[in-house]
Write a new protein. Sequence first.
Length: 190
Amino acid sequence: MPSLGRVLWLLAVVWMGGLVLFTFDALRPSETPTASADAIIVLTGDADRVDTGLGLLAQNRAPRLLISGAGPRLSLAELARRHNVDLAWLSAHVTLGREAISTWGNGSEFAAWAVAQHIDSALVVTSYYHMRRGLMELHRAAPHVRLIAVKVPASPRFHLRDLRKLINDYNKYLLAAIGLSRFSPGHQEL
């Protein structure tokens, strides 16, 4: 029987190898979507996610946009002002999802919205390090929807905080992959 030290060493090597693969996948740019979709979903968090989603909407890549996990202070009027777009146009195309407080919650919120809106395909906008977990949680909640990744890329100047984000999200991805994401603090059934 192998010693505990060898088992821990092997687990550390496997974890590190997985992190390397996860990092290469995260840093690989997503292909620019050429086809349109039924909707766009933005998983809120880092800067530029909402900008990217609104840009895709303005390019007519989809007729509807869900901003999942929008904070309570964000309104369509504030969004229109910040992004210099017409409030009436924004109101006709954008839904602010306020229920999600986690990536698992994004999946639940998106699934309910997708059914109500008859969504069969969606462009998924989130940060490069968050895409793999975001897609997994959305697919788990709404397996009938074809998901197309649109990563918000890493800054050209990679910082230590970027490495921390990758490691943190890799660990969350591993927990989500084995089905534990729904049990972490702050999650709720939607």
